[in-house]
Structures are given as C-alpha cells and as structure tokens.
Design a protein around this ligand. Structure first.
Ligand code: AP5
Ligand code: MG
Length: 209
C-alpha cells in the first residue's frame, strides 16, 4: 500500500500516520521529521533547511525529491509506505509519479483557525517522537512524555507568526495537489475537525472500501 497524506500544518498528518502505519504494517515517511533530524545533527542539508523551516517556507523541490527517492528504496518500504508531508508542490507530485504508482491520497481538511490553535499548543518528545497537545491531547504528567519520560519540547516553527506563514504556504503551494489527485481519481477527503479516533476510522473506511 502506497499512500500520501496531504493536509495543512497541524491538520493531523503525523498523528494519523502513526496510527495507520500500525494498522497496515507499512513505513512512515515524514519529510518534516527527516529534515528536523538533519537540523539537529547540524549536517550541511540541515543547515540549508534550518532558516527556511523556521520561517515557514519550503525547502527546494530538488533537495526534497532526492531525499524521498533514496528513502523509499529502503527495506522497510517493501510492504508500502505513507508519505507524510510529501509531495507539497505539483513539481514534487509529478516527480513522485515517475518513482511509484500511488494507491490512494488522503486529504485531511480543516479550517485555518483550527490548525493555528492546534499547532501553537503542540508538544513533541525529542527522544521518541510522540506528539501531544496542551489543549486536545495532554500528556499524563505536564511537560513529560508518557512513553519515555523525556521532557517535552515545542517545535521552533510552532509560533503564531511561523504558523500563519506555513498555513499560507500550504494554500499557495500545496492545496493545488488536491485537484491534481482528484483528477486522478485516487483522492479521499476526510473532515479534520473530528476527534482523532474518528478521523482514523474515516480514513481506514475510505482506504478499505
Ligand atoms: P512538517 O513537519 O511536515 O510540518 P507541517 O506540514 O507544517 O505539518 P505538522 O507536522 O506541523 O502537522 P501535522 O499535520 O503532522 O499535525 P500533527 O499530527 O502533529 O514540515 C515542516 C517543514 O519542513 C515545512 O514547513 C517545510 O519547511 C519543510 N518540508 C517538509 N516537507 C517538505 C516538502 N515536501 N517540500 C518542501 N519543504 C518541506 O497534529 C498537530 C497537533 O494537533 C498535535 O498537537 C496533535 O496532538 C493535535 N491534533 C491532531 N489531530 C487532532 C484532532 N483531530 N483534534 C485535536 N487535536 C489534534
Ligand atoms: Mg507532522
């Protein structure tokens, strides 16, 4: 199963991907997580991406396409994968078509104000990657990861200013993908304002139909 998850910042791509990879036994490929790892390691790629990400822009198509091309060749992708945050431009989508045949594309749709509220309240675990939300999905002990006990952190781009810019970037550069995949007849749209478990059910229902 080869899937793509499309959605604006904080629409719930990472949250849903984590559940879907368990359900279907496939790999989770988050280009945002991969870039953040490079930034944390201080690699050349990370240094190139750092300021662009903090400002809410997109890294270059060439760079991200090269990363994904290598990633999907890895062993854990043999049964399939979920691409979370790629493609984000029509150029990326066209390149992806040259690499693989997708089964479905899931679009998690939610209004801007919902996404802004969610992203400024998000907390992530720097050690195991678990995601929480101060308002909607709090950890049991404030500021501490339920899974591994690490101190939770906030992403550098989860500010109101960068969040607004990221949402604007989504509308300008990524929303055209919805029409792109609709034309191909492989788009499933789900209402991203529902509770997390309801969205997972809607997606699985759409994929298994
Ligand atoms: P990326 O990391 O992909 O960021 P994003 O697209 O902005 O998406 P997020 O990770 O912020 O949100 P999400 O949809 O995963 O939401 P989540 O599940 O965490 O990319 C970061 C940057 O990297 C980009 O800005 C760009 O610079 C660069 N980049 C990455 N890919 C690229 C590409 N292909 N091309 C060029 N540049 C690229 O949920 C958010 C919060 O809401 C959490 O707190 C969660 O607990 C909560 N939540 C989730 N669902 C619900 C719900 N249903 N109800 C209530 N709360 C919920
Ligand atoms: Mg994410």
């Amino acid at each position: 199963m080869k899937l793509v998850l499309i959605g604006a910042p904080a629409a719930g791509k990472g949250t849903q991907a984590a559940r879907l990879v368990k359900h279907y036994g496939i790999a989770h490929i988050s280009t945002g997580d991969m870039l953040r790892e490079e930034v944390a390691k201080g690699t050349e790629l990370g240094n190139q991406a750092k300021s662009i990400m903090a400002a809410g822009g997109l890294v270059s198509d060439e760079l991200i396409i090269a990363i994904v091309k290598e990633r999907i060749k890895k062993d854990d992708c043999k049964n399939g994968f979920i691409l979370d945050g790629f493609p984000r431009t029509v150029v990326q989508a066209e390149k992806l078509e040259e690499m693989v045949t997708l089964d479905k594309v899931v679009y998690i749709n939610a209004p801007d104000e919902v996404m802004l509220e969610r992203l400024t309240a998000r907390q992530t675990c720097p050690k195991c990657g678990a995601t929480y939300n101060k308002m909607f999905l709090p950890s049991k002990k404030e500021g501490i990861c339920d899974v591994c006990g690490e101190q939770l952190t906030q992403r550098k781009d989860d500010t109101v200013e960068a969040g607004k810019k990221r949402i604007q970037t989504f509308h300008e550069q990524s929303e055209p993908l919805v029409g792109f995949y609709e034309k191909e007849g492989i788009l499933i749209e789900v209402d991203g304002t529902q509770p997390i478990d309801e969205i997972t059910k809607s997606i699985i229902h759409g994929l298994d139909a």
